[in-house]
Design a protein around this ligand. Structure first.
Ligand code: B12
Length: 512
């Protein structure tokens, strides 16, 4: 075999690693070089971190890393050693400008090959001859090393060849230029993961490529979906903060660019196999402090449940939502927390997706059904807090409007406070509100509206009450997402509240 590789080698060294691998910090240590590397582990074992993959390595393992992939060897812990022999070189000039040049990000371990891109034939030949040189050197100098490496080497060459043959027909659709786009995206993510507004869209815009294109090449090259990758970087950052700071979990969630506490708990758990506080505790324990607080862990279990509630509600899995709500209650979760951070959190994601045309009416309907079923389970618990008030109210969603989730919640909370509630359902005319108030002696009329086009009916209710001569005997409460205090004042209603709990409190006051 030709042995013409000397002009390619720019550097050749044997080095011992000093840095211990720390998952949450590795991304700050790994580096991109402008040379192509071939590394062989010649003593000890450790971790080779390539992009965000931590690959355990031992004697005889060989890694080929192209110039544009961030990577670094680490020790697994302080007592291990890891010695690596490395050849660093540039591809020859003709190839480097060639359009056809394909880098090989190959990890060759135990005879297997994982390659994201491919070498061209001539590069492969060069690498093969380079290895021939190394192999010759090994056989001359160190018998034991040869034994460890040569079988891997042979298998690797066979694998690479086979891989190249199959890939030639199907050259990766991802070009070297796209590699650098993805790497830029990764850099942006790592340097800005605290920014809650960091999204696939914002990064694509910064780089100047379409969202769909970025999404495709990101997944193709990293093997992970963008959101999944961003999440894992944030979780890793949160680990660092848990270990090194005194910040509360809420503060950490914010600092890591995350908005939602329950999903943080859930993602942390599935990523790290333990809860954030367990993690914090375990790092403290290794430093000699023991302060196990089982209440903290219990709270975390609840967070995971709340996140499950929200996710299943979004999928419309009413039966599961019911079960999870019951489970959260059994775990001792606060019913208000289940309502707000579980059910309503899920509903607000649905609202956002509906607004953005990502989902349509059928999906919203099944989610709404799940919401209502979950709320039914909560009802007795929400109601349990001191049943003292007496009074009667009627409630309904105004004419033309079929949204009833908010109205049902308000009703539930009011019943929880001991009020008798006449539920008029949805699509209720002003006359029906007033007539019911008169016939059933209601002290309060409650109108709910979710559409800007139906809000106006609330004003008609006020006018109808005036016309019927009951305005001074009955209070009129208004609510629903588009309604505001200003609007309430403008139409001459008596009270607006932003949520169901305060609506119930206000109604109790009116009924005293
Ligand atoms: C679920 C939903 C539906 C479901 C309703 C199912 C059901 N059984 O209710 C379905 C699929 C049927 C639906 C249909 C439509 N919907 Co819709 N829907 C929603 C959605 C996603 C959630 C609403 C909800 O339940 N929120 C959760 C509850 C708990 O919140 P809430 O109602 O605001 O109630 C709280 C407070 O406001 C307060 N409160 C509520 N009522 C009252 C009353 C009083 C007296 C007080 C004091 C307080 C109070 O307490 C509650 C608890 O805290 C919203 C999006 C959103 N982000 O709000 C769109 C939304 C309301 N819908 C919208 C639209 C446009 C429609 C349709 C016209 C769509 C279409 N193209 O057909 C139809 C209209 C049908 C009709 N005639 O009513 C728009 C309204 C836009 C606007 N500003 O007018 C929204 C905002 C979505 C959007 N951004 O485009 N929808």
């Amino acid at each position: 075999m030709a042995n013409d590789v000397s002009n390619l080698i720019v550097y050749h060294e044997i080095f011992s690693c000093e840095k211990v691998y720390e998952p949450e910090k590795a991304w700050m240590d790994i580096q991109t070089h402008d040379y192509f590397e071939i590394s062989m582990v010649i003593a000890g074992n450790g971790i080779n971190c390539v992009l965000d993959q931590a690959i355990p390595c031992k004697v005889g393992d060989i890694f080929i890393t192209p110039s544009n992939i961030p990577h670094r060897f680490f020790l697994e812990n302080e007592i291990e050693t890891l010695t690596v022999r490395q050849l660093r070189f540039f591809p020859d000039k003709d190839d480097s400008v060639s359009e056809k040049l394909r880098y090989c990000n190959g990890l060759f371990k135990d005879g297997s090959v994982t390659a994201y891109a491919m070498l061209n034939k001539s590069m492969f030949e060069k690498i093969r001859s380079l290895f021939d040189t190394i192999e010759k050197e090994i056989s001359e100098k160190r018998q034991s090393w040869q034994n460890a490496v040569s079988s891997n080497l042979l298998l690797m060459l066979i694998d690479v060849e086979r891989y190249i043959d199959s890939s030639i027909k199907n050259i990766s659709s991802v070009s070297p230029k796209e590699w650098s786009v993805v790497l830029t995206a990764i850099e942006i993510i790592k340097n800005n993961c605290s920014n809650a507004d960091l999204t696939l869209g914002s990064i694509s815009e910064t780089i100047g490529i379409s969202k769909a294109h970025m999404s495709r090449i990101f997944q193709e090259l990293t093997g992970k979906r963008f959101t999944e990758y961003l999440r894992s970087v944030r979780i890793e950052y949160s680990c660092r903060l848990l270990r090194e700071s005194e910040l509360t979990i809420e503060e950490i969630v914010k600092e890591c660019g995350l908005r939602d506490l329950p999903s943080f708990y859930k993602n942390f758990n599935s990523h790290m196999g333990m809860t954030p506080n367990e993690y914090r505790q375990s790092t403290k324990l290794t430093h000699g402090k023991t302060n196990k607080n089982s209440n903290i862990f219990k709270g975390e279990k609840i967070m995971v449940l709340l996140c499950d509630i929200s996710e299943n509600l979004q999928k419309g899995k009413a039966k599961i939502v019911k079960e999870l709500v019951q489970q959260a209650i059994n775990e001792g979760a606060d019913p208000n927390q289940i309502l707000n951070d579980g059910l309503l959190a899920g509903m607000s994601v649905i609202g956002e997706k509906f607004k953005n045309n990502e989902i349509y009416v059928p999906e919203v309907l099944v989610a709404a059904r799940a919401m209502n079923m979950g709320a039914q389970i909560l009802k007795p618990y929400l109601a349990a807090n001191g049943v003292v008030a007496t009074g009667k109210v009627c409630i309904g969603t105004v004419q033309g409007d079929l949204h009833d989730i908010g109205k049902n919640l308000v009703k539930m909370m009011m019943e929880g406070k001991g009020l008798e509630v006449v539920d008029l359902g949805t699509d209720v005319s002003p006359e029906m509100f007033v007539q019911t108030a008169i016939e059933q002696n209601c002290q309060v009329i409650c109108c709910s509206a979710l559409l800007t086009t139906t809000m106006g009916v609330m004003e008609e209710v006020v006018k109808a009450a005036e016309a019927a001569g009951i305005r001074d005997k009955v209070k009129i409460m208004v609510g629903g997402a588009p309604v505001s205090q200003e609007y309430c004042d403008e139409i001459g209603a008596d009270c607006y509240t932003v949520d169901a709990a305060s609506a119930a409190d206000a109604a109790v006051e009116f009924c005293k």
